[in-house]
Write a protein that binds this ligand. Sequence first.
Ligand SMILES: Cc1ncc(COP(=O)(O)O)c(C=O)c1O
Length: 401
Amino acid sequence: MSTTTSAFASAEAHTAHNYHPLPVVVATADGAWMTDVEGRRFLDMLAGYSALNFGHGNRRLIDAAKAQLDRVTLTSRAFHHDRFGDFCAQLAELCGMETVLPMNTGAEAVETAVKTARKWGYRVKGVPQGQAKIIVAANNFHGRTTTLISFSTDHEARADYGPYTPGFEIVPYGDLTALEAAMSANTVAVLLEPVQGEAGVLVPPHGYLPGVRRLTRERGVLFVADEIQSGLGRTGKTFACEHEGVVPDVYVLGKALGGGVVPVSAVVSSAEVLGVFRPGEHGSTFGGNPLACAVALEVIAMLRTGEFQARAAELGEHLHRELRLLAERGVVTEVRGRGLWAGVDVAPGLGTGREVSEKLMDRGVLVKDTHGATIRIAPPLVISKEDLDWGLDQLRAVLTD
Ligand SMILES: Cc1ncc(COP(=O)(O)O)c(C=O)c1O
């Protein structure tokens, strides 16, 4: 048995099989590269679903974490710590907003946004108790909690988990007429991903996000943008909403906010909206802990320079140009995305997304398939152009050889 085979078997032996990982076992990683237990190197073209926007082992982030480990790592929110105020102030400033509610995982942050919108609906908008409605989009992915999968349209994500949480209405993504028709006096929020990541990197039609902004403003409804995967540099801007000049009422952030070091998520909004919470009404033992804040402060400082957004925009243009050439050759049927983020539909007959991912793995490139024929490409934003080109060479070879 090879080292990889036995390491893989031991990784699988005592875990629930809620994932179907590629047969690779990573031992170390640096920048855009991972090294497995046999010393083989792989180019990471997934970046932890955008949690690793700044690359593996980013020196600034690791140094910030190490320095904080020697100071204080957890106080709980029962006591303040000396990184908390800076973290909230600087994240609010990055978002152009006022108030931050920190959590840990993305799903928790979306749950927090749902609770925020409902409480705001009852306390501020005057919706009758128990009647609040939140409109969401088909093919959404907002996380795995019971409430969040209640409004998923993905059978695998939802089946067998009922009874489901009521209070959500699902409309087609990109369809303003359907959105308007779904709105009622009890609608408290529209919750959307500005680019649907897990659905296969679906970019809505031009004008959709401004239309959502206009409708929500006219109807006194909160526009909640889940930028957990699309935000913090991935699309070439700090927030994907910026591509259409839109500022939502609420940002939901996660993944890259923790720099791939610790889970950090947050809901960011106005003082009025997040001001609905009183002590005891919501919380988290780990949300806003000192280690999380120290790492996230460094993430925010890096984003403030604009350097990573510019890199994602420039390399992203190159990536999409190259992928379009593959589409012209007929080996992929569609390429979608923004910045350093692409969903690529493999042409029928050339293998499933999974088979293509396995062939890429054999050539030293790690990507992830979704929905049968799609592969997602989202390398760390620190990837060099040479490495990106090498990764694309491998994809070309897999699809055309
Ligand atoms: C848009 C979006 N929202 C929420 C989540 C859930 O985040 P987490 O896995 O940290 O709970 C994800 C994860 O992929 C996501 O892409």
